[in-house]
Design a protein around this ligand. Structure first.
Ligand code: ATP
Ligand code: MG
Length: 212
């Protein structure tokens, strides 16, 4: 049976990388084979593209250039890592995926949604995640969590209004595709976030196994 594809989404400091560890524990408890990956990145070439996208630089990065770099990395990631794993029955858990493009390059940067839809059809096609867990936190709380981190990338350094658009953009994605995108209240304690995630995983796994 084909593996399941789950993506984690949310703004900076919302807790995606933390949530991935909870998912990992759950998959291991259930003896489900899986790989963890991330976007932009996931393969050597795609990780090089990630560096190009995220490194702070003097030169202004053109919005269309940023968008195409993200999709170039995604094409490589899907062809060389995600699809082969799913075909072997291995679950794929990705720290960010397609929704981040709609939110960062679309909503926050004002990119054309029709172009995003077209790129999505061309590059991702039927390979959308089976489920997406959206870690939702108020912008200020996310920012508080990231300032404790030493390293800041080009997008961490954006303004508060940019991060507010990011949060709103993700919640809109959940409104548009509620069956796929599940909102996790990530302002809660780690224990509560872990509980919410496990609850979603159980429900999803039951639905995928045909248990009602
Ligand atoms: N529910 C929570 N309660 C308290 N602290 C949390 C919670 N979730 C995450 N944190 C802490 O906040 C920080 C950011 O979390 P994490 O790295 O998981 O976010 P992220 O979404 O992966 O961020 P980024 O987009 O920058 O990679 C970490 O130090 C983490 O331990
Ligand atoms: Mg992270």
């Amino acid at each position: 049976m084909r593996g399941k594809f789950i993506s984690l989404e949310g703004g900076e400091g919302s807790g995606k990388t933390t949530a991935i560890q909870f998912i990992q524990q759950w998959l291991e408890q259930h003896s489900i084979p899986y790989i963890m990956t991330r976007e932009p990145g996931g393969t050597p070439l795609a990780e090089e593209i990630r560096q190009l996208i995220l490194s702070p630089r003097e030169e202004k990065v053109n919005d269309v250039a940023e968008l195409l770099l993200v999709f170039a990395a995604r094409a490589q990631h899907l062809a060389e890592k995600i699809q082969p794993a799913l075909d072997e029955g291995i679950w794929v858990i990705s720290d960010r995926f397609l929704d981040s493009s709609y939110v960062y390059q679309g909503k926050a940067r004002g990119g054309d949604v029709a172009v995003l839809d077209q790129l999505s059809r061309w590059v991702v096609g039927e390979n959308k995640p089976d489920a997406t867990l959206l870690l939702d936190v108020p912008v200020e709380l996310g920012q508080e969590r990231v300032v404790q981190r030493q390293h800041q990338d080009r997008l961490d350094k954006e303004s508060l209004s940019f991060h507010q658009k990011v949060r709103d953009g993700f919640l809109e994605r959940a409104d548009v595709e509620p069956d796929r995108v599940k909102v996790i209240d990530a302002s809660q304690s780690l224990e509560s976030v872990k509980y919410q995630i496990e609850k979603q995983l159980v429900q999803l796994n039951n639905a995928w196994s045909g248990i009602s």
